[in-house]
Ligand binder design. Structure first.
Ligand SMILES: Nc1ncnc2c1ncn2[C@@H]1O[C@H](COP(=O)(O)OP(=O)(O)OP(=O)(O)O)[C@@H](O)[C@H]1O
Ligand SMILES: O=P(O)(O)OC[C@H]1O[C@H](OP(=O)(O)OP(=O)(O)O)[C@H](O)[C@@H]1O
Ligand SMILES: O=C(O)c1cccnc1
Ligand SMILES: [Mg+2]
Length: 619
């Protein structure tokens, strides 16, 4: 299908990812995700727990991060779907057991550890609560909690972390890029064509380009200009070739879509996840056409609207495209454009007449690529087709996009063709969040960003530091102390709440010990304390209170409420971003979101901290 972007789209049925409660839970997307995808120390600890008969002690673990990535103030929680698939299918195979038995570090272990314990181990005693996938999450607030016997609860640590860390990181990266690409001045407004400039541009200097700040000033002008069509630029993921291997590439496609990207170029992701795929063409395609002779015979069936519906004419009415293109070239006096490039565009046009979008920077963006695109577009349009746009992959993307848009508008007026107003201008080439912000400041006419390397490799911060910590054993809270305040563990099982203010935005997250009877309630004042700094506290009267975790996996019954589709989670992400304070989304010095503890939890934490800290003696 052809998407609104003008890129080529395709969709197929999902392959089991959107299981509902009634359906069996699919196996993990990546078949490397098995109990052996872990660190050796998880297995050695499991042996020690088993050997000393500790493995069945009831324990409680929390998976959380301590610092938001990218210098930001939020993180999107992602990866829960794959965690649930992993837990539902957790089982060591006979082959796994054989391997472990022969592993030098484990070869001395008693056979019963393998035969009685590991061989029969599954997650039927594991209970998992989690935030909804796609939630905006903040430091220290558990994304996932695991209640399980010590042995199995400990064994799944590394796998859970690897299933959450990268997905959450790349989803957050994607979300930040989508927010940056939209820019604060972009607004979707109904309407038809933008106003025309009548004076002719002769490549003005960048700083005083006639369209610099164009969209910005329109948005800020009230009344009279509401018919101006402004589009929020979309983001498409192009990263597979640069990703950290096939799983990195697949995960990046999936989770950047979840984070708000519009589509991916990754075809397998399209097939398996029922997500839109999109693409243009490469420089090699342009380079490979060396002369116009190669497309002399390229023909196309005219496409004529009949009663408002496009119909293709019969085969015998096929028309040669090149002569029409060359006539326009002559009429417009553009004989100097690159012949090979023109041939490539003609070849692409007869192959994709309904989604004709060209990469125009192979030889000379403005003198050749743009003009060749216009020539072929005019010919295509004569035959009833609507061209889609161009891609820029080098140079000053602000200047070039504005210049292209300016020429398109000029052509619209000169040739009386409305399609020139609707063309997509896709930009790619090493784009990252700061380039996006810089482009917004300068002004640009880009309608779609193709982003690869910096998205999938998370160049600005290559890892999210989620940890998995034991906070309770035998129903006794455990604490881990550190000289680094950030690393001090808030002990015990906690319930997490998000408190919303009158404006509908979240005010803060509040952690409350599980056995505490006072719970935050809408309309009631609650004292919220910084977990470590006594003087920092705030009284909140929430207008709404949401408990952040729900039961998602109960060993006896498996996955409790089915797995949401990526599409549903993406929508949830979008809703939250639209209801978030602007300062939290800001690139420079974003505001800080408060994560607090209740009064009782504060005292309990500090009491335990004191109890567990030995008093030093100085002489
Ligand atoms: N107007 C702009 N403002 C800020 N950054 C930009 C602007 N235009 C392009 N960029 C970014 O500047 C960098 C340019 O990279 P580089 O110099 O390697 O590319 P190039 O010389 O334009 O193209 P190539 O080397 O592929 O021919 C890219 O990261 C690109 O996204
Ligand atoms: O720049 P990214 O954000 O990673 O986006 C993906 C890049 O991949 C392609 O380039 P290609 O592989 O042809 O190499 P190039 O960098 O030489 O253009 C495409 O033209 C983009 O430039
Ligand atoms: O379709 C594209 O234009 C594309 C896809 C992957 C990488 N670079 C570009
Ligand atoms: Mg490139």
């Amino acid at each position: 299908m052809s998407g609104p972007s003008g890129l080529t789209f395709a969709m197929e049925d999902a392959a089991g990812i959107t299981a509902s409660a009634a359906k069996p839970v699919p196996t993990p997307s990546n078949n490397l995700v098995t109990p052996l995808l872990t660190d050796l120390y998880q297995i050695t600890m499991a042996y020690a727990y088993w050997k000393t008969n500790q493995h069945l002690r009831p324990a409680h673990f929390e998976l959380f991060f301590r610092k938001n990535p990218f210098g930001g103030s939020y993180t999107l929680f992602a990866g829960l779907d794959e965690v649930l698939k992993f837990l539902a299918h957790f089982r060591f195979s006979e082959d796994d057991i054989r391997f472990l038995r022969n592993t030098p570090q484990l070869s001395h272990c008693e056979p019963a550890f393998f035969d009685d314990y590991l061989s029969n181990l599954d997650c039927s005693d594991v209970v998992v609560h989690a935030m909804r996938e796609g939630s905006m999450a903040f430091p220290r607030v558990p994304l996932i909690t695991v209640t399980a016997p010590l042995g199995i609860g400990n064994l799944i640590e590394t796998t859970l972390l690897t299933l959450v860390n990268y997905p959450s990181l790349v989803a957050t990266n994607a979300c930040r890029m989508v927010v940056a690409a939209r820019g604060q001045f972009w607004e979707e407004t109904a309407g038809s064509s933008p106003p025309l400039r009548t004076s002719k541009s002769s490549s003005p200097p960048r700083s005083s380009h006639p369209h610099s700040g164009f969209r910005k000033s329109i948005q800020m002008t009230e009344g009279g200009m509401t018919d101006i069509r402004l589009r929020k630029p979309k983001c498409v993921e192009f990263g597979l070739r640069r990703a950290q291997g096939p799983d990195g590439g697949f995960s990046a496609s999936k989770y950047s879509y979840l984070g708000g990207f519009h589509a991916t170029s990754n075809v397998l992701a399209g097939k398996m996840l029922d997500m839109p795929i999109a693409g243009t063409h490469a420089h090699s395609f342009v380079q490979s056409y060396t002369s116009l002779e190669l497309v002399e015979g390229a023909k196309l069936k005219p496409f004529r609207p009949a009663a408002g519906i496009g119909v293709e004419t019969k085969d015998e009415e096929m028309v040669l495209l090149l002569p029409i293109v060359l006539k326009y070239r002559h009429d417009l006096g553009w004989e100097e454009t690159n012949d090979g490039e023109l041939a490539a565009f003609v070849g692409y046009a007869v192959s994709f007449p309904n989604s004709f979008l060209c990469l125009i920077d192979t030889y000379d963006t403005l003198q050749s690529g743009l003009r060749n695109f216009i020539l072929v577009s005019l010919a295509l349009n004569d035959l009833g087709y609507t061209p889609r746009g161009i891609r820029l992959d080098s140079g000053d993307l602000s200047y070039l996009s504005l210049e292209c848009e300016y020429v398109f508008h000029e052509m619209a007026e000169r040739c009386q063709r409305g399609f020139f107003y609707d063309l997509d201008i896709v930009a790619s080439n090493d784009i990252n969040e700061s380039v996006l912000n810089s482009l917004n400041k300068q002004g640009h006419a880009i309608t779609m960003f193709g982003i690869g390397t910096n998205l999938v490799t998370c160049q600005a911060q290559p890892a999210l530091g989620c940890v998995y910590k034991l906070v309770e054993v035998d129903e006794q809270p455990r604490i881990k102390l550190s000289n680094d305040l950030e690393k001090v563990l808030i002990p015990g099982r906690k319930v997490a709440y998000r408190l919303f203010g009158e404006a509908g935005w979240p005010l803060l997250d509040l952690l409350v010990c599980r056995n505490e009877t006072n719970r935050p309630t809408a309309g009631e004042r609650v004292l919220c304390r910084h977990p470590f700094i006594e003087q920092k506290r705030v009284a909140v009267v929430p207008s709404r209170v949401v408990q952040l975790h729900s039961l998602v996996f109960d060993g006896k019954n498996g996955v409790v409420s089915g797995l949401p589709s990526v599409e549903e989670t993406r929508q949830f992400v979008n809703d939250q971003i639209n209801h978030t304070r602007a300062d939290l989304l800001r690139y420079m010095n974003p505001g800080e979101y408060k994560v607090s503890v209740s009064e009782n939890t504060f005292h309990f934490l500090h009491q335990l901290w004191q109890n567990e800290t030995p008093v030093r003696e100085l002489r």
